[in-house]
Write a protein that binds this ligand. Sequence first.
Ligand SMILES: N[C@@H](CCC(=O)N[C@@H](CS)C(=O)NCC(=O)O)C(=O)O
Length: 211
Amino acid sequence: MYTLYYMPGAASFVVHWLLIDIGASYRLVCVDGERGEHKSPEYLRLNPNGMVPLLLVDGRPVYEAAALGLLLAERHPEHALAPVLGDPRREMYLQWMLHLANTVQPAFRNWFYPTEPAGEGAQEVVQSMARSRLEAAFQRLNDHLLVQGPYICGTDTPTVVDFHAAMLARWSRHLPTSALHWPAIASLVERMTARRSFAAVCQAEDLSGWP
Ligand SMILES: N[C@@H](CCC(=O)N[C@@H](CS)C(=O)NCC(=O)O)C(=O)O
C-alpha cells in the first residue's frame, strides 16, 4: 500500500501517474504549498527536504521523484517499466534517469525558483542560464530519440524514464521554447499522453490544457 503526498503538476506528478498506470492501490494526500504544509514539522519529519513527492511505502517514507520511479519499476516488475538486470539497455535506462534527475530537473528548479541560487538581483541571469541548459538538454534528448526511439531506452514499451521525461516536457510549457519544439520529443509526448493513465492523473490533479 502506498500513500502519495503531492502538489498538482509538481514533481509528484510522475509518481502519481505511475501509480495509476500500474493499477497500484494508493491513498493521496494533497499538500497545500500556499499554506506551507510541506514545511511543517510533521511533514519535515517525513521528508526533511520539505518538498514533494513523498511516498509512504508500506508506511516507510521515501522521497525523490526519480528514485520513486525506479523503485516502482522494481516493485512491480510485471509492468516491464525497466529493462531487466543484465539487459544492455539498462545502461541507457540508468544514464537517462539520472541525467533527467541530476541535470535537467535542477535546471527547471532554477527556472521556477530563480532567486534560490543567488537572491533577487540575479534572477534574470539564473533564468537565462536555466533556459540555455534546458534547450541544450532537449536537443540532446531529441538527437538520442532519433536514433533509439520511439522510447528513450530503445525498448518497445515505455520505461519509467519516458514517464519522467514526459513530465519534464510538460513543465517546459512555461519556457519561451517548449520541449515540443523538438519533433522526436513531441512524438514521445504524443505516445505517452495517449495513455489512459495520463488523462486519469490530469483529472485527479485537476490539470488540463497540455499538450
Ligand atoms: N529532487 C526533488 C525535487 C522536488 C521538487 O523540487 N519539488 C518541488 C515541486 S516540483 C517542491 O516541492 N517545491 C516546494 C519547495 O521547494 O518549497 C525530487 O525530484 O523529488
